[in-house]
Design a protein around this ligand. Structure first.
Ligand SMILES: Cc1cc2nc3c(=O)[nH]c(=O)nc-3n(C[C@H](O)[C@H](O)[C@H](O)COP(=O)(O)O)c2cc1C
Length: 305
């Protein structure tokens, strides 16, 4: 049986499969579909300091090759996350990444400082796609200096591994990757959703109440793969690929492009058990290729013709 374990950023994960933030519950709500210990790690939905009600409905709509969402980071806030979700995770054998969102760099650091003492949390994922209220509501991930300062603020208050989650909605994602590396990130998650919209021409209505939203799923895979590769070739820290991953072959493509692990998001909506099925599928792909360890594939893209 091929070895699926991966080691990066001081973590040892039993396989390179993580859930993508916001698509797989907040704690272990999906454990009826996927046993907690089956995943490399579970990533929480974005937690914010204060509770958020999210955006008006409709805030999810299907398109030809994926879906659009404008959930608006709905969540019950940090105090509730501590009291309910973290309390319920005290004795779990799952590896937990907590994804944090803030409105200012200080808010990100405040959240990380408050969560730093929880042993249940193995790593932080910093959602830099949040709008920066001080920066004219442009997402943190669109400006290298702001992205670097935000990560540096989190770095100053925790020794846990920090993964900066980047947005694909920028001209040069490699520049943002370099900035978060300089700020002290231990790794990068690439990527969050692409900006998109849909229209019903008969009703003249947009698919989402706020018109624009985040596009995810099948259609974004080539863009996400390109972004992950841009990051992997720009920095030395490890990359977690994310975007449009549905199959074992998709997972292996992201690893060859330079990712140390991947996250599965939209695919879990059509098959909530997928994350638990993928390890066996990966093992059989590796056996077919005569490989003993999945780690051997990471960053092996051949560019010669
Ligand atoms: C319904 C929905 C909610 C999401 N919520 C969050 C979130 O709270 N925080 C975050 O960082 N990303 C969030 N995302 C983005 C996903 O984590 C992921 O980056 C993106 O969907 C691309 O991966 P996919 O094509 O596999 O879904 C959300 C995506 C969807 C579809």
């Amino acid at each position: 049986m091929a070895d699926l374990s991966v080691r990066f950023a001081g973590l040892e994960l039993k396989n390179p499969l993580l859930s993508a933030s916001g698509t797989f519950g907040h704690g272990l709500e999906m454990s009826g579909f996927v046993p907690p210990a089956a995943l490399g790690a579970w990533v929480s939905k974005t937690v914010t300091l204060e509770p958020r009600h999210g955006n008006p409905a409709p805030r999810i709509c299907e398109t030809e090759a994926g879906f659009l969402n404008s959930i608006g980071l709905e969540n019950r806030g940090l105090a509730d996350y501590e009291a309910t979700v973290l309390a319920s995770l005290e004795n779990t054998d799952a590896v937990i990444f907590t994804n944090i969102g803030g409105r200012t760099p200080e808010e990100f650091a405040e959240m990380a400082a408050r969560l730093d003492g929880y042993d249940q949390i193995s790593a932080f994922e910093v959602n830099l796609s949040c709008p920066n209220v001080q920066g004219g509501k442009l997402p943190f991930a669109t400006d290298p200096a702001t992205a670097e300062a935000t990560i540096a603020g989190v770095r100053a208050v925790t020794k846990k591994p920090i993964f900066a989650k980047l947005s694909p909605n920028v001209a040069f994602i490699g520049e943002i990757a370099k900035a978060v590396e300089a700020g002290g990130a231990d790794g990068i998650t690439a990527v969050n959703t692409l900006l998109g919209m849909s229209v019903d021409w008969r009703t003249r209505k947009p698919g989402l109440a706020l018109v624009m939203g985040g596009y995810s799923g099948l259609g974004i895979k080539p863009v996400a793969l390109r972004c992950a590769w841009n990051c992997a070739t720009s920095v030395k820290i490890p990359i977690i690929g994310c975007g449009g991953i549905f199959t074992a072959d998709d997972v292996l493509e992201f690893l060859v492009a330079g990712c140390s692990a991947v996250q599965i998001g939209t695919a879990s909506f059509s098959n909530p058990a997928l994350l638990g099925e993928l390890p066996a599928l990966l093992e059989s792909r590796l056996a077919e290729a005569g490989l003993n360890s999945i780690q051997e594939l990471i960053g092996t893209l051949r560019r010669e013709s």
